[in-house]
Design a protein around this ligand. Structure first.
Ligand SMILES: Cc1cc2nc3c(=O)[nH]c(=O)nc-3n(C[C@H](O)[C@H](O)[C@H](O)COP(=O)(O)OP(=O)(O)OC[C@H]3O[C@@H](n4cnc5c(N)ncnc54)[C@H](O)[C@@H]3O)c2cc1C
Length: 419
């Protein structure tokens, strides 16, 4: 029977049987701390072996085309697998893994050439290639189209020079999807191109950055004459902005392949457990805070579902629609993290060394701002919603219509005039 005809119930049965026979059950269903995570080489090796097992059994890239190593089934089949596998130990490549299998792989499917996809996608799905993203730069984050890393054509190869920063998981990734400027004589959004850069490439230096929680989850990179073959261009030369739009939509939560967000049927169980531990379940302020967290969980869950449905129904990337989900997560996550610390007091702030469960409240608090910055800040989501959904006037800009080389030359002496 062709795999495309498997109905969902039959597929669920098949998945259940395979999981029970082949994978280990997870010990706890408690939410993990929101970390940018430093993965050890041993952890990565274990995850690669597990990913290979899924790939060989047809459970990696369930909704990816068969010609690129996937199974060619629907997004609904993918969801069934996620629901059933939530109770099992799955490959965990940290944040770089999450981005590899969602934003990166999906953007490649939408924009890369068939030969590129045949070369890389089976390796991605089998865990052989973990990817990271080189887009932000020291002087270009929110203004992504203002990047200055330069790629210069040299026959059938490109030479890349520049600096990138905040690249999650670059120190253990195998490849990076790197945005560079390939034409300086057109307005800033038009001269951009994406390249596949091996993290082992000569001329590439990767330096981990230590964060407030003591982890070094992301890195800074220096590219000095890094050579990339023309075959490794992702999408069309100078059309990189279209690829960026697709990638940011996936990164902001569309079609997530990450952990399942369970419907909040019960009152914030982690916070109730914490209140019990702190002996504060009778405290009316604590009870109110738990209710607030529950309302936010509920709103975020249903908003996420509506947005995902809107995005799935559209053929085009819809960054402004995805912005609502991103803004909700960037707003609610820090609030929830603060509520936990307020409820728990010392119980949330102290732990025995290595006690991952006990430390998660503090880590979540320290990392609470991650979701309001990564993949576009809350302010940028508000700008997008204001301009593209509500029809408010666009932000004044002096640089979006001029050649980028002129923008750079004139920026230092800008007199505040727009246009
Ligand atoms: C956990 C984490 C993981 C990340 N992972 C990656 C990664 O893997 N790869 C990668 O390339 N990058 C990554 N980033 C970088 C991220 O994309 C940038 O930090 C983000 O886009 C903001 O850019 P910036 O830090 O340069 O801040 P800036 O753009 O300098 O912004 C500074 C402040 O000004 C505000 N601001 C800027 N412009 C406007 C405007 N037009 N209107 C209103 N307010 C504005 C911003 O909202 C912000 O509050 C990561 C960041 C985090 C926190």
């Amino acid at each position: 029977m062709s795999t495309e005809t498997i109905d969902l119930d039959e597929f669920r049965k098949e998945v259940r049987a395979w999981l029970a026979a082949n994978l280990k059950r997870r010990r706890s269903s408690a939410p993990q701390a929101a970390r940018t995570e430093t993965k050890t080489p041993e952890e990565i090796a274990e995850s690669r072996a597990l990913q290979r097992k899924l790939f060989d059994a047809g459970y990696a890239g369930i909704s990816f085309p068969r010609e690129y190593g996937g199974r060619g089934l629907s997004a609904a089949h993918e969801r069934v697998f996620r629901e059933e596998s939530a109770a099992y130990v799955m490959p965990d490549f940290g944040a770089a893994g999450a981005v590899t299998f969602s934003a990166i792989a999906r953007s490649m499917l939408a924009h890369a050439s068939p030969s590129f996809l045949r070369r890389h996608m089976p390796k991605i799905l089998s865990g052989e290639e973990i990817w990271c993203q080189f887009y932000s730069e020291p002087a270009a984050g929110s203004d992504l189209a203002g990047i200055r890393t330069r790629a210069t054509r040299d026959g059938d190869r490109w030479i890349i020079n520049g600096a990138k920063i905040w690249s999650t998981g670059a120190h253990y990734a195998d490849f990076a999807m790197c945005l560079a400027r390939t034409d300086w004589e057109v307005p800033k959004h038009r001269g951009l191109t994406w390249f596949a850069v091996s993290t082992k490439a000569e001329g590439l230096t990767i330096r981990p950055i230590v964060q407030i929680d003591g982890e070094a989850g992301f890195c800074q990179e220096f590219l000095d004459d890094v050579v990339v073959s023309s075959d490794e261009v992702i999408g069309e030369v100078n059309q990189g902005w279209a690829v960026a739009q697709t990638m940011l939509v996936y990164e902001r939560g569309a079609g997530q392949v990450g952990p399942v967000v369970l419907e909040p049927r019960t009152l914030a169980p982690d916070l109730v457990a914490l209140a019990r531990k702190a002996r504060r379940t009778d405290d009316s302020i604590v009870r109110q805070s738990i209710a607030r967290a529950h309302i936010n969980d509920y709103a975020q869950y249903h908003l996420g579902r509506r947005i995902a449905a809107r995005l799935r129904a559209s053929d085009q990337p819809q960054p402004a629609v995805a912005a609502y989900g991103k803004l909700a997560s960037g707003t609610f996550s820090p609030i929830r993290a603060r509520i936990a610390v307020e409820i728990g007091g010392p119980e949330a702030l102290l732990w025995h060394p290595g006690d991952q469960r006990a430390m998660r409240y503090s880590i979540n608090y320290l990392n609470g701002r991650m979701t309001s910055i990564a993949a576009g800040t809350n302010e940028m989501q508000r700008n997008g919603i204001g301009e593209r959904v509500l029809g408010l006037p666009r932000e004044p800009s002096f640089d979006s219509r001029r050649p980028f080389s002129e923008v750079i030359a004139k920026a230092r002496n800008w007199d505040g005039q727009v246009g």
